[in-house]
Design a protein around this ligand. Structure first.
Ligand SMILES: [Zn+2]
Length: 338
């Protein structure tokens, strides 16, 4: 297995986020990627790591994202001051269906929550994150067994026209669309604690991409509102979206059983490439989540995914425990690399 990553993510260091009118330190930290990379290198010193820059074809991004949203994202570097942190601490008081003219109002239009901050260099950071996914994915398209895009920021909550849940570009979905263009039949399997609502939204009416997610019941956790088990797709997409929602303190046994159900569907789909939105926020000591998986659980999850036997792109998404996150990663990849 090999890794793609980018040091440019250090340019994105949001200071705060707001929840229920309480402002606290941001949970999205550069150390997450650094610690995982360091731990994997200590365990496998000859691991190949490829650094990626921010040079990515805008047309590839426009397959998923709206042009006006990309314009907003790309212009932050000239609009924001050095160190400025453009976070929402409130929500819009009117429904918006077109871009407002006032610069200070645009953040309501291009961001869906009070956790996701636009920072000055977010274009560089988001594009380098996607470039790491794209570079890794292209190797997987050539039938390399497994590549891990160890990226930050994550992407699975990003919508075509909005940032959301610390995500700016829908990394896994953008690459999935690219894979379809290469005549592939991809599956997105999202095993982050939170629902992969970006992918569901983007591919909800299509049968050429299967989207599957195990996540916390949105009745109690982000992204709230929808993303329940009865959401199975629309039009051509009926039967091509599958959600399994779990209650608080879901343990290893419950989780592995849920994974078996999704993997059975993946096998029936006869995919030729698997894109796994990888989590570590299902860990029992994650500070903002409430599942009960142990470090050892990740080997068992990896074993089941590996047994599917598909070339697999692993895309880093969430994970906020800074004490054990690298142990979770080592546990997972020990099984993949065996
Ligand atoms: Zn998450």
């Amino acid at each position: 297995m090999f890794i793609t990553t980018s040091k440019l993510h250090h340019l994105h260091m949001p200071k705060t986020e707001a929840y229920n009118w309480i402002t606290e330190n941001s949970y999205t930290k550069p150390e997450k990627v650094d610690h995982i990379q360091q731990a994997l290198l200590e365990r496998w010193p000859s691991l190949h790591i490829e650094e990626c820059d921010d040079q990515i074809d805008r047309a590839t991004l426009e397959n998923i994202h709206t042009s006006e949203y990309l314009n907003y994202l790309m212009s932050r570097e000239t609009v924001l001051q050095e160190g400025e942190d453009s976070i929402l601490n409130d929500v819009p008081y009117i429904a918006l269906d077109k871009e407002p003219i006032a610069e200070q109002a645009k953040r309501w239009y291009y961001c869906s929550d009070t956790y996701t901050s636009f920072t000055k260099y977010i274009r560089k950071v988001a594009c380098s994150s996607y470039n790491a996914v794209h570079t890794a994915g292209k190797y997987v398209l050539r039938n390399w067994w497994a590549w891990y895009a160890l990226t930050r920021p994550p992407g699975h909550h990003a919508m075509p026209g909005k940032a959301s849940g610390y995500c700016y570009l829908a990394n896994a979905s953008i690459f999935t669309e690219y894979a379809v263009e290469q005549w592939k039949r991809p599956v997105i399997l999202d095993i982050d604690f939170h629902h992969g609502n970006g992918a569901q939204t983007i591919f909800y009416d299509r049968s050429d991409v299967l989207t599957c997610s195990i996540h916390a019941d949105p009745a109690r956790k982000f992204p709230y509102f929808t993303w329940f088990e009865d959401e199975i797709g629309v039009w051509d997409g009926i039967g091509y979206n599958m959600n399994i929602c779990l209650e608080a303190w879901a343990d290893e046994q419950i989780y592995l059983h849920s994974l078996d159900i999704l993997l059975e569907r993946v096998q029936a789909y006869e995919a030729d490439i698997l894109i796994v939105c990888l989590w570590f926020d299902t860990y029992q000591w994650d500070p903002i989540c409430d599942f009960d998986l142990s470090i050892g659980s990740y080997s068992k999850i990896a074993k089941k995914i590996k047994e599917i036997g598909l070339p697999t792109l692993y895309v880093q998404e969430g994970g906020y425990d800074m004490e054990d996150i690298w142990n979770c990663a080592v546990s997972f990849f020990e099984e993949i690399l065996d």
